[in-house]
Structures are given as C-alpha cells and as structure tokens.
Design a binder for this molecule. Structure first.
Ligand code: AHM
Ligand code: MG
Length: 333
C-alpha cells in the first residue's frame, strides 16, 4: 500500500486541478471521512459491548433497525451537518429527508445515504458498508431543502462512494473522474491511497445473486443462472457463485475481480429489494466510472431512472459490462 498519499492530500490535490473549486466538496468529504472512522471504531467493538442486535424499532420500510444502523445514521448525519456544506440529507434510516437549519441552509449539497448497508450481518462478523451519494441542490440557497433536491436522477450525482468495513476498512469514491480506493490504517488514523484508478474487468466469472429466491425469479434470470452453471470451456463456464448478502462487499469483490451482482424483480419482491437512491445510484455511478455497467432492465440504465419517491426500490443488475449485457439478452428474450 502506498503510504505516501492520504485521502486528505489526494482530495486537496484533485481540488487544485479546478481553479474555481470552492473547497466545499473537499470539506464535505472530510465529514464523511470522519464519520467513517467513528463508525469503523464502533463496528470493531461489535461483540464486546452492547451494540449488536436489533434496536427494537422498524424503519419506514418496515425493516428491523439494528443498533448500529441508528448509530451510523446519527454519526454521519451530525458529521455532515457540522461543516455547513450540506443543506439536507436523506437516509435509508429516516422516514423523510432532513433539512439542516442555520448556516447549513446556505450549503450547496445534499447527501443521500445508506449509513450501514447489510447491517444484519454485523452480529455474525461479516463485512458491511456505508453508501453515499452527493448532489448539488436545485432549490434556492438559504431556503429549506425540497423533494426536488433529493429526487434527481443518478446521472446528476456529483460524487458517490462507499466505505467497506471488511478485513480492512476502505473508502472508495468517484467524483466522475474515475474511481479511487483508500485503505484505512488504524494505527495512523488515516485513509491511504491503495487502489488508484480502479477499473473493473470487462468480463468476469463470478455471479452474485440470492439463489434461494430462484423459484420467484423471472424466466430470463432463471435462464441466466443456468447459463452461469453450464460447462463451456471457451467462456470459462461454469462461473463461480459468490454471495455475501452485503451489497457493498459483493460489489467491491466483483469490481476488483470481475463479476455480476443481481437483485432482480421476483414474485416476493415485485420491484426488487434495493433502494434506487441510497444503494443503486451510487453503486451504478462507481460501476460506470470503473468501466462497468448497471441496469434495472434491458436497456434501462440505472442512472437515467427518474425517482418518484425517496425510498423507491428498483431491480438492480451491476458489474462487468459483458456479463450485464448477457443478462440483458436473456431478459429481453
Ligand atoms: P439493508 O439495506 O436492509 O441492509 O438491505 C440491503 C442488503 C444488501 O446489502 C444485500 O445485497 C441485500 O440486502 C441482501 O438481501 P437478501 O438477504 O434478500 O439476499
Ligand atoms: Mg441497504
């Protein structure tokens, strides 16, 4: 790992390439970096103190909130509010978007996030992640944020990324100019540039899908799964099946090694399970910036979907371009 460049230094360097940059986005990233460190510290204590398990409440989507979901939400929210660059947030753990009052009302950005994705994995020591998505506000400065600030299509994202709390902790992000990954060195308390200019293989041999839902899947997805399992030397099949059940971790692995992640429609999840604004848009932005592809259905780019409501779900197919195109073929048949 390169110890020569920290995330802070990298951000300042990138900012200096834009003479008109105000530093607001850099400051926003400092908030994310700080909250990530705090959440990372707490996750590493899971099992030692009373922070695992259900908090006893449900979020607006009827899902059990874990204690760490609430903890991560609070930490990211307060870090983002502290610097005045962000005028409001929307979170998978909040019923409605949150308007930041006071100085923050002049902030240029809104942030949408899933503060702790895959949190049901925490109790069993499996990797989880934070996913974030940053937009420029469209409402007037100095006024409270509005629906329109949050319901922008993913192609309007200014930046997006995730933190993966895995065997090491990493922060991976894009501002639309490629993807870079930083690994956290806990002894120094800094994220160091370890994965510059991340690109994903055009093709791969890993498929990631919850096969327990097989009977509920559309015919095209069933056929694609069978295709993955067939023997064919020329196309390196059968492929390898890998599914952690933690989107950030499954995506991160496939990004590096080449592969595909699917959470399709099914009879049990008619709109898919994953949230367009907090999960699919930021991951799709990263995937495309790394040379991959993300669609909701054949020909329907995730980033071009116009959101209708905050907690909207969408089917999600993301990964190596050739693999995504293959699924599109099966689904279009
Ligand atoms: P969450 O936001 O409630 O944690 O749910 C999202 C998670 C993803 O991380 C993961 O890919 C998916 O749900 C797994 O769902 P399933 O258990 O249905 O396969
Ligand atoms: Mg989630």
């Amino acid at each position: 790992m390169s110890m020569t460049k920290t995330l802070g230094e990298f951000i300042v360097e990138c900012q200096s390439e834009y003479p008109d940059a105000t530093g607001a986005l850099s400051s926003l990233f400092s908030s994310i970096r700080l909250a990530a460190k705090v959440v990372n510290r707490e996750i590493n204590k899971a099992g030692l103190v009373d922070i695992t398990g259900a908090a006893g409440a449900e979020n607006v989507q009827g899902e059990q909130q874990q204690k760490l979901d609430i903890y991560a939400n609070d930490k990211f929210k307060s870090a983002l509010q502290a610097r005045g660059e962000v005028c409001g947030i929307a979170s998978e753990e909040e019923d409605k978007y949150v308007n930041f009052e006071g100085n923050s009302q002049d902030g240029d950005y809104v942030v949408l996030m899933d503060p702790l994705d895959g949190s049901s994995n925490i109790d069993v020591n499996v990797s989880v992640g934070t996913i974030f998505s940053i937009y420029r506000r469209v409402s007037a400065k100095g006024q409270p944020v509005t629906d329109e600030d949050f319901l922008q299509p993913g192609n309007k994202q200014v930046a997006a990324g995730y933190v993966i709390y895995g065997s090491s902790t990493m922060l991976v992000y894009t501002t639309g100019n490629g993807v870079n990954g930083f690994t956290y060195d806990p002894s120094l308390g800094v994220f160091c540039l370890s994965h510059p200019n991340m690109t994903t293989p055009e093709d791969g041999n890993i498929y990631s899908v919850n096969e327990g839902n097989y009977v509920h899947f559309p015919e095209g997805v069933k056929k694609y799964i069978k295709y993955c399992q067939e023997e064919d030397v020329a196309t390196h099949r059968p492929y390898t099946s890998r599914y952690i059940g933690s989107l950030v971790s499954d995506f991160h692995r496939n990004l590096i090694k080449g592969g595909i992640y699917l959470y399709p429609t099914s009879s049990s999840h008619p709109n898919g399970k994953l949230r367009l604004l907090y999960e699919c848009n930021p991951i799709a932005f990263l995937a495309e910036q790394a040379g991959g592809k993300a669609v909701a259905s054949p020909g329907q780019r995730i980033l071009d979907l116009k959101p209708g409501e905050l907690h909207e779900r969408t089917p999600f197919i993301v990964g190596s371009t050739k693999m995504v195109e293959k699924v599109e073929e099966f689904l279009a048949d």
